[in-house]
Design a protein around this ligand. Structure first.
Ligand code: NAD
Ligand code: UFG
Length: 337
């Protein structure tokens, strides 16, 4: 198959790219490199011995998208390109609606014009917002609490409406929980621009000495140790979820939604202890007040993906942290190292 990967140089996209190439697919990547480096693709090419066709440009550029669909015979689209920082989305909501919602609408228009109707979309557990009942199933209420989460929820709605209006569409919406880890080679991984917003990348940068200490946002949550609980999923398990979802869509139409999580939550303190085991020394940390907008706990019920796709995660927190650490230790400054 020829797969069109938007945002293919990013953290998750680059890992999916690697596995698509290993599975024998041809891949065309579109990325504006606003939050990634072309070096990620070079490294994937080195690891696989395969070449990738790269288009540098913006997902909102309909003319460019038409050109890409004219030039390549695309069978399926995996859509990762977008903005993902919750805090930034509160400060600059228009950017999030423009890129995430506007970009997705532009993409599906270009797909329809080219007669390509198979799409896998990167959604997020952020569409559930602050919920009391755990674990979250795909039918849990949707109450996103940030413009980021709302922009993803809106795209989900657009895709559902599209599938209802035109039976040729075949769409998988994948709601990721908290991706972490890296490919076991240590050659590709998460390389956030600026100060990392997420726990594991920040803690790993403390471990390599880029920051003096980790700040724990709150130890007074109603959880067993008082710190926030999340469902951390190894990026390679997440990748497998995309491959099986794409296979599922091959002979089915309609709109399908799956949670991609492990079904298990870990607290911030558990993650810190895991990192300390991996780096074999204490990680400096201190407690600070809660981060506005954070929820106490969030973990998935992944039963639907298991039943429909036969997909289950196989990597636990320790392997995730060891792989993330290998990448960070070998590339302390990310792709600039
Ligand atoms: P990332 O920022 O590493 O990757 C996104 C890629 O899209 C980057 O390479 C970036 O340069 C590119 N991009 C951004 N805006 C673009 C535009 N206007 N035109 C073209 N390319 C553009 O993020 P990621 O962690 O790999 O996330 C991939 C997708 O998964 C995103 O849609 C994100 O919302 C979603 N997601 C991520 C997480 C997470 O915690 N990493 C969780 C849930 C959902
Ligand atoms: N945390 C800290 N210190 C930090 C960073 C985070 O204590 O420096 C805590 C948070 O308070 C939370 C936990 O670590 O309890 C996880 O926080 P992250 O920022 O790593 O992840 P979030 O669950 O807040 O959000 C992430 C992505 C969203 C995505 C969501 C899906 O940022 O884009 O997971 O569940 F939607």
């Amino acid at each position: 198959m020829t797969i069109f990967l938007t945002g293919g140089a990013g953290y998750i996209g680059s890992h999916v790219l690697l596995c698509c190439l290993e599975a024998g697919h041809k891949v065309v990547v579109l990325d504006d490199f606003s939050n990634s480096s072309p070096e990620a693709i070079t490294r994937v090419e080195e690891l696989t011995g395969e070449r990738v066709t790269i288009w540098r440009g913006d997902i909102r550029d309909g003319t460019l998208l038409r050109q890409i669909f004219d030039r390549h015979h695309i069978d399926a689209v995996l859509h990762f390109a977008g903005l993902k920082a919750v805090g930034e989305s509160v400060a600059d909501p228009l950017a999030y609606y423009d890129v995430n919602l506007g970009g997705s609408v532009t993409l599906v228009r270009a797909m329809a014009a080219a007669g390509v109707f198979r799409l896998v979309f990167s959604s997020t557990a952020a569409v559930y917002g602050d919920q009391v009942l755990m674990p979250l199933t795909e039918t849990s209420a949707l109450a996103p609490s940030s413009p980021y989460g709302r922009s993803k929820r809106m795209v989900e709605q657009v895709l559902a409406d599209l599938c209802a209006a035109d039976s040729r569409w075949s769409v998988a919406v994948l709601r990721y929980f908290n991706p972490a880890g890296a490919h076991s080679s240590g050659r590709i991984g998460e390389d956030p621009r600026g100060v990392p917003a997420n726990l594991i990348p920040y803690a790993m940068q403390v471990a390599v000495g880029r920051y003096p200490e980790l700040v724990i946002f709150g130890d007074d949550y109603p959880t067993p140790d008082g710190t926030g609980i999340r469902d951390y999923i190894h990026v390679m398990d997440l990748v497998q979820g995309h491959l099986v979802a794409m296979k599922y869509l091959a002979d089915r139409t309609g709109y399908h939604v799956w949670n991609l999580g492990t079904g298990r939550g870990h607290s911030v303190l558990e993650v810190i202890r895991g990192i300390e085991r991996v780096i074999n020394r204490p990680l400096p940390w201190r407690i600070a007040p809660r981060r506005p907008g954070d929820t106490a706990q969030c973990w998935a019920d992944p039963a639907r993906a298991a039943a429909d796709l036969g997909w289950r995660t196989s990597r636990g927190l320790d392997e995730m942290l060891a792989d993330h650490w290998r990448w960070q230790a070998q590339n302390p400054e990310g792709y600039l190292s």
